[in-house]
Design a protein around this ligand. Structure first.
Ligand code: NDP
Length: 289
């Protein structure tokens, strides 16, 4: 065996993680609130523990994959004494501040804490494209890294435990915004009988062509030299977005997702920044510094 790891939580994700660790040569101890879910793992060679306290005693590394922040604290706080001196890797999805709160709790109890965020679905664990982000205690990362690398590419973001979650949330924000755009396009095209899947395919081809422009387009944000615009300016973009809103409404489609952008562009234009780069809308997103 390469070592002993305890996995807390055998939902879709916890099960995939436990199976992968076992298949790559780790001895695993599994715990799940609903004990029946440990059975297939036991049949495949895992040890099952009846309580978290028992589960964490048999491994130096503990990986928690529960539902959310509340379920982590509800279940781990009673086992703080047993977790002392262990490396706790929490890959449950939480917000950055929740991750920081768990890190502070772990530090109080002598638990070496690493927070994680999983950029993969369960079927991807251990396969190509699986990517996991980590932040928190550097030593915890060094110790757990060989095991974590069996799950997917491991990226360490820094000692602030909230960083992995922050990046996770940022990437998911971009994804949801993009898919919202796909839905908006599909709603427009559906008015003339085009199936959503066909529009999604058209959008995919278009996005594949323009996504490489994302980094060069936002380069100006890092310099802050918005005016004169190195790229499309506020007035130009405002005209384009106005057309998109008008076209949606003409088809009987709401432009609710585009209107906030239009308001930001209007505000920039009204304050004399029509010739500035349109990406300066990012400055309006920052509501407190
Ligand atoms: P599932 O719904 O499949 O499993 C949830 C797990 O959490 C189960 O083991 C469940 O136990 C346990 N659980 C829920 N509430 C409690 C509680 N109050 N006390 C104890 N255990 C509890 O979810 P996933 O496995 O898919 O997700 C787990 C985590 O991984 C989540 O934070 C999710 O955001 C994250 N994740 C999931 C991805 C995915 O594609 N699935 C992708 C990236 C991250 P029980 O069996 O008893 O119900």
């Amino acid at each position: 065996s390469k070592g002993t790891i305890s996995i807390l939580g055998l939902g879709a994700m916890g099960s995939a993680i436990a199976a992968r660790l076992r298949e790559t040569g780790y001895t695993t101890t599994v715990w799940n609130r609903t004990p029946a879910k440990t059975q297939p793992h036991v049949q495949a060679g895992a040890n099952a523990a009846a309580t978290i306290a028992e589960a964490v005693q048999s491994g130096d590394i503990v990986i928690a994959v529960l539902l959310d922040h509340a379920s982590i604290h509800e279940n781990l706080e009673p086992a703080a004494a047993e977790l002392k001196g262990k490396v706790l890797v929490n890959v449950t999805t939480t917000t950055p501040n929740e991750a920081r709160a768990t890190a502070a709790w772990a530090a109080e109890h002598g638990i070496t804490y690493l927070d994680g965020a999983i950029m993969a679905v369960p079927q991807m664990i251990g396969g190509a494209g699986s990517r996991l982000l980590y932040s928190g205690d550097e030593n915890a990362y060094a110790i757990a890294r060989p095991a974590l690398e069996t799950l997917g590419t491991a990226e360490y973001e820094g000692t602030d435990a909230g960083l992995a979650s922050l990046k996770d949330m940022a990437l998911l924000t971009a994804m949801y915004t993009m898919f919202t755009g796909v839905l908006q396009a599909a709603a427009m095209m559906r008015t003339v009988g085009v199936p959503a899947v066909q529009t999604a395919q058209d959008v995919t081809a278009w996005l594949n062509a323009v996504v490489p422009l994302a980094a060069p387009t936002v380069a100006v944000v890092d310099t802050g030299d918005y005016d004169p615009a190195p790229g499309q300016n506020v007035d130009f973009t405002n005209a384009a977005v106005t057309s998109l809103i008008t076209a949606a409404r003409e088809q009987g489609i709401s432009a609710a997702h585009l209107e906030p952008l239009k308001r930001q562009l209007d505000e920039l234009a009204a304050t004399g920044r029509g010739t500035a780069d349109w990406t300066s809308v990012i400055e309006q997103l920052t509501i407190n510094r």
